[in-house]
Design a protein around this ligand. Sequence first.
Ligand SMILES: Nc1nc2c(ncn2[C@@H]2O[C@H](COP(=O)(O)OP(=O)(O)OP(=O)(O)O)[C@@H](O)[C@H]2O)c(=O)[nH]1
Ligand SMILES: [Mg+2]
Length: 444
Amino acid sequence: MLDNLSSALKKSVKKIVASKRIDKRTVDELVKDLQRALIQADVRISLVKELSNRVRERALTEKLVLNPREHVIKILYEELIGILGKSVDIPLVPQKIMMVGLNGSGKTSSCAKLARYFQKKGLKPAVICADIYRPAASDQLKQLCARINVPFFDSNSCGQKDVIEIVKAGVKEFSRYDVLIIDTAGRHALESDMIDEIRRIGAEINPEQRLLVLDASIGQQASVQAKAFDEAIGITGIIITKMDGTAKGGGALSAVAETDSGIAFLGTGERVEDFERFEPDRFVSRLLGMGDIKSLIEIADESLDKDEIETTLKGKFTLNDLYAQLEALRKMGPFKKLMQMLPLGGMDLNIDDNVYQVTEDKLKRFRVIMDSMTQEERNEPKIIDGSRLRRIAIGAGASTAEVNELLKYHRMMQKLLKSLSSGRGRGKIPMLRGMPLKMMKNLK
Ligand SMILES: Nc1nc2c(ncn2[C@@H]2O[C@H](COP(=O)(O)OP(=O)(O)OP(=O)(O)O)[C@@H](O)[C@H]2O)c(=O)[nH]1
Ligand SMILES: [Mg+2]
C-alpha cells in the first residue's frame, strides 16, 4: 500500500538517522525529498508547500526535547498525520449502514468486508442489496456473503421490484441482527436520480451511517466527490478502496482530510479480508517504517509480564533469562513480525536471520543443553571454556557445535536486548520507548 510514498519516506528517515548533524542543509534536503514524494502521491501542491514550510520551520526553530534526529522524525510524523489523517470512528454498536458511491468505486465489495469486520468484533451483521439495476450486482454480493456466512437479502428474497420495498422488507426480515448493511446502486456521476434514490432509502430506514465509498485512484478528486455527496445526502464517513493498486492514495487521503468528512476504513485488496480501520497514527507510522507501535504494545500487553521484561532488560540476561524470554516471545507470535512492528523496525536491522528461526524443536534442544550446565554456567556463560563445552555437550547428547549455537544465540539476544533497553524513557513497555535509533546503531 502506497509503496512508492512509503519507500521515499523511509529513505528520508534513514538519511536523517544516518546524518551526523541536523543542520539547515539536512532539513532542506529532507523537505525536498518530502515534496517530491508527496507530489508523486498526488497530494495538492499548495498543501505540500504548507507542510514543507511547517516541517522546515519546526525542525529549525523548535526547542529540542529529544535528540535532534528523533526530533526531526517526530515532526515529520506529526505533520504527515496532520495532512493525511482525518479519521472517523464507526462505533461497534447495532446500527444500519447505507453504502453510497459512484460506479465501480467498491461499494459491493466493501459491504462484505464491512460485514466481516463487524462479525469479527462479535456483532451479527446482515446485508441487503438495493441495487436493482445491474443484474449481476445481487449475485456478486450474495456470493461474497455466502463466503463469510452472512445472511443476505435482495429482490428475490421478497419478490419486490421497488428499491424502497426491498429495503423495507429486508430491514424487517433482519430485525434480530445487529448491523444491517445496505448496498446501493452506483452511477457514473453524481446524478439527481441516484441522489433521489439514496435520499428515499435514507428517509425510509434512517441509517445511523451513510458511508461514501471512494476509489483511491481518483487522488485529489476525492475532496470534490466527498463534498458533493456530503452536501447532497450528508455523509457520516468515508471508505477509500483500492489503496493497494494506486500511487495516488496519499492524494485521496489528504484531499478527504481537507473536507468535513473523516475516513473510516481502507480497502487494501480484492479479498474480503483486505480491509482495515483507518487510524492516522498507525498509518503514518507504517508509511515511515516506524512500525505499528500501538499494535505491538497491545500484543505485548496481552502476552508478556511487564515486570518480567523490566527485570530481564535491567538484569544481566543469563541463559535462564534467555529461555524464559524465548518462551514469552513465542507466545507473542513470530519474532520477525514483532521486530517489524518495532519503531523503525521496517528498516534493515542487520540482525542475523537465525534470531528469528527459533523453532519449538530448537527450544527443546536448548533446554536440554541448559539442563546439562551447572547453575554457575547458566548465570555466567562466559566461563564456559573448551572442556566445559565438551562436558555440556556429552551430558546433553549434543554436539559441541550445537552448544556453541546456543551460546552464540544467547550473545546475540543479549546484545539485542541490551540495545533495546538502553533506549531513553520508561513507559509501559520500556523497550518501545526512546525509539530504537540506538538499537540501529548498535546492530549496524
Ligand atoms: N485491488 C482492489 N480491488 C478492489 C478493492 N475494492 C474493490 N475492488 C474491485 O473493484 C471492482 C469494483 O468493485 P465493486 O465492489 O463491484 O464496486 P461497486 O461500487 O459495487 O460497483 P457498482 O455496483 O457497479 O457501482 C471489483 O472488481 C472489486 O474486486 C480494493 O480495495 N482493492
Ligand atoms: Mg455494486
